[in-house]
Design a protein around this ligand. Sequence first.
Ligand SMILES: Cc1ncc(C[n+]2csc(CCOP(=O)(O)OP(=O)(O)O)c2C)c(N)n1
Ligand SMILES: [Mg+2]
Length: 885
Amino acid sequence: MAEAKDDSERGEWLEALDSVEAFEGLERVDELLEAIVTSARRKGAKLPFAANSAYVNTISPEHQPEHPGDRKLEMTIRRYVRWNAAAIVLRANKDSSELGGHIASFQSAATLYDTGFMHFWRAADETHGGDLVYFQGHSSPGVYARAFLEGRLSEDQLVNFRQEVGGVGLSSYPHPWLMPEFWQFPTVSMGLGPLMAIYQARFLRYLHGRGLADTAERKVWVFCGDGEMDEPESLGAISLAGREKLNNLIFVINCNLQRLDGPVRGNGKIVQELEADFRGAGWNVVKCLWGSGWDALLAKDKDGKLRQLMEECVDGEYQDFKSKNGAYIREHFFGKHPETAAMVADWSDAQIWALTRGGHDPIKVFAAYKAASEHKGQPTVILAKTVKGYGMGAAGEGQMIAHQAKKIGTDALKAFRDRFGIPLSDEELTKLPFLKLPPGGPEEQYLQGRRKALGGPLPARRRRSTPLEIPALSAFEGLLQATGEGREISTTMAFVRILSTLLRDKNIGQRIVPIVPDESRTFGMEGLFRQIGIFSQVGQLYRPQDADQLMYYREDSKGQILQEGINEPGAMASFIAAGTSYSTSNCPMIPFYIYYSMFGFQRIGDLAWAAGDMRARGFLIGGTSGRTTLNGEGLQHEDGHSHILASTIPNCVGYDPTYAYELAVIIQHGLKRMYADNEDVYYYITTLNENYPHPAMPEGAEEGILKGMYKLKTVEAPKSALKVRLLGAGAILREVEAGAELLARDFGVSSEIWSVTSFTELRREGLEAERWNLLHPEADKRLSYVEQCLAKGQGPVIAATDYMKAIGDGIRAYVPASYRVLGTDGFGRSDYRRALRSFFEVDRHHVAVAALKSLADDQLLPAKKVSEAIAKYGINPDKPSPAKV
Ligand SMILES: Cc1ncc(C[n+]2csc(CCOP(=O)(O)OP(=O)(O)O)c2C)c(N)n1
Ligand SMILES: [Mg+2]
């Protein structure tokens, strides 16, 4: 009885639904259902969660806008682009496959790119700041192919795809470092593009919110592969985009169902999975799955069997269908149900084969792009279904091996030519010529006309922006003086004072972008919350708990701080967006990203590499650095290697200063290099949380501070000829100073003390000198800076650092004396600083012992003296090595 009642009731509801649809349309159905569902949820009903819509296009044919272009001309142009893109790779691989390259990915995405270039992407001009397009890295041949048709790249450049050493070549992937007037965003390390783009879109809002640039009309378009979405970075920040309502952001995910090895989700459906992910994160999802040929079939699908079939098939099958032919699809797809088989019973196999996927249909793609561009209040993701290697036939279309295909046999090449109507004879074909559109013809005019209408060519990168006026060093006068009797500060505190000074500077104060990943209080920066505010598009919708405090937690729509939460990759992406704003927005900004040094390069190394490639400028401040200086936090927090990692990035300038005046000199000079002289470098500076007194800057020290070392002082031992040179860096310089006192007092050894602000810069300079000498064997030898510094003094050289020994070892070749390095190799652990420095053998006692041992090795002292020192300072000579325990 109950069941019968249920059924009839259900029938009534369904009938009502049909009737609403028939008389008022589907939108009204949506509205009513939403209201009913909301009401039912509030009553406590447990409705099943469904994040998915049906496996069909989001935009129905009735809602499809008119395609405004000349589709015939566009098709011809696209075919030329397709051909040239393939020819670029085929020619590079003609003789050997050493150079590599990809064909199949761009062939699957050609219409997706073409539609953007023809109708959507604005270049920067006087009236518009320009859209920002993140091209999928390995689709670069397609982008080059189009730039060639536009006359922006020469045939010579195309021939030299992936052959850059001679100077005319094209980079494998988008690399601003290698093609600084062309590529804006390095995307090829999968996942970084999507992540960086989200923060880029948010940064455009930041610039707008703060009144620094008008970015209201600008959009960020991001092209990613469906395989790429498996990278945690790809999806990791999508909820930020949803939360921040970034409707200036459009993701286009090319769902060709394949990655490198095989299907992305052979046993499932990547489109449906991504739809759920993005919807859950608050995005507008536009599925573009089926080409126009399917419209009539779907219109006939009254019983829903075709839709059911579309949902039943998994991606492994969809890939297989498109690798075969029409007959195969008739049998294995439509043939699964008698109703669907009947739908195409009177179709030819060729007609079935001609049914395309949404991402290959310009009309569907245009509709999706238009909807995305006009959507309000949410970012949009377009899930475009395509075929990997589209048009490549046996050479790659839907084939497992599609991704790696870089050679095409003559038959497959002919098939490709015929399929796309490429005007080449059999004989011409094998020479793989690059095709130009007939000069002055309608296609050429159309191509140029479209880009003209959209403001100019893309991609294009601005190299230079207006130089900024940088404050003189005297602006930091307070830090150049000694801290004074009994006052102790840390370099972190000194940094905060520098930052405060800069924030107040009338020329560049507004350009400073402090970025923190939930560590402001750690670094004593909480005063800035109140002073300059935390950026929030909606201001502050609550009364902060500490509102009655002087320095309360303030969010503001004009706030200057980017508070990224516990999210180092996101904060680094903000650093990159701010650090490249001089190029992307013609608005130089000065990011200071302050974080726990251990969660920097080690954690986000690939983004730091991308920042270098992208020519980002700004300051990374590795706080609480040093393996024995951040003492209590132990193994996971104590960084003794970030400077080594930083040194792997060619244009990252690293410093490990000890004293406040060193920090001031370094930052002031960095500002000048990056923002007045337009140098494409960025800085990594470590700061410490250890408090101690700071001396005044020694006269004339600036140059040495910047080059990497300068003589700090001499500690003379009375009545002795024994001399050593002690180099100290960062936190350990002060142990070196104390060690020098021990040496003088206990062993009558005099020391020259050098503060090493940057072993990395010293090594780089040394390498350059060495290289020059190698290549100019008969010229006067160039002395490295290290050699110059140490040429005059006497005695062995001992260096000590809170970083691994490798950092000090880097200058060994340039030290004109015996050289010993103390460093902190091994896992950190918690204890007092004094205990840790003893454990890692970098404290004053070990400095003294090391100096004596060097003197003994140089036959200047009996070895017995070293033993004496070991005993005197209570060192256990048989204690296990800190690098091993
Ligand atoms: C971090 C990272 N890992 C691996 C690669 C190597 N790689 C380049 S393309 C590719 C497959 C890409 O598949 P998908 O994202 O689906 O793009 P499609 O070529 O199918 O459009 C791989 C593994 C890379 N570039 N970056
Ligand atoms: Mg793919």
